[in-house]
Design a protein around this ligand. Structure first.
Ligand SMILES: [Zn+2]
Length: 178
């Protein structure tokens, strides 16, 4: 049976999707049925010889032919049994690995879909600045009005200084205001 047919049979039997590339995994589990085949061939040979002997009249159906025939059948049955078991186990191991792989793939796919997509910064469109309405009556804010400072002359250096300055900001003489 070629891989393609075998794959199809397994897919139907186990209800699982098998890829062409999974053949490599199957090769890992492929059973060695050589021993079982030898048993089957040996059994067939014994039976064949017995039948030829019986057919040609050289052998008679007595204990000397019945016992080898019995063992011949035993070889065939046990060989076939052994081969079937090996193939069955290989199949199960293979399917188990395929199921595990599919489960991991699904898990990985879930993980990748859950990771947030990096946010592309949206370009900032500058909002037009609405000019604040200026007072129409051209009033100057009261804080901007400079109060006139009364000035006088320093009695020592005769510089013009503000009334109440102590000491004189120019010559440093302590001043006393009344
Ligand atoms: Zn002065």
């Amino acid at each position: 049976m070629n891989w393609y047919d075998y794959k199809k049979r397994l897919e139907q039997k186990y209800n699982i999707e098998i890829l062409d590339s999974d053949e490599e995994i199957y090769k890992k589990y492929k059973p060695n049925t050589g021993g079982a085949a030898v048993g089957i061939i040996l059994g067939l040979c014994i039976i064949l010889i017995a039948f030829i002997g019986l057919g040609t009249g050289e052998l008679f159906l007595d204990q000397y032919t019945l016992i080898p025939l019995f063992f011949g059948f035993c070889f065939i049955i046990s060989g076939a049994n052994d081969a079937t078991k090996k193939v069955d186990n290989a199949e199960k191991n293979f399917i188990n690995e395929i199921r595990n792989r599919r489960a991991q793939q699904t898990l990985q796919m879930k993980k990748t879909t859950q990771t947030p997509i990096p946010q592309v910064p949206t370009p900032q469109i500058p909002t037009p600045q609405v000019p604040t309405p200026q007072p129409l009556n051209n009033e100057i804010p009261s804080s901007e009005i400079k109060k006139p400072v009364l000035a006088t002359e320093c009695p020592v250096c005769h510089s013009l200084i503000a009334i109440g300055s102590n000491p004189c900001p120019i010559c440093g003489t302590p001043l006393k205001w009344t």
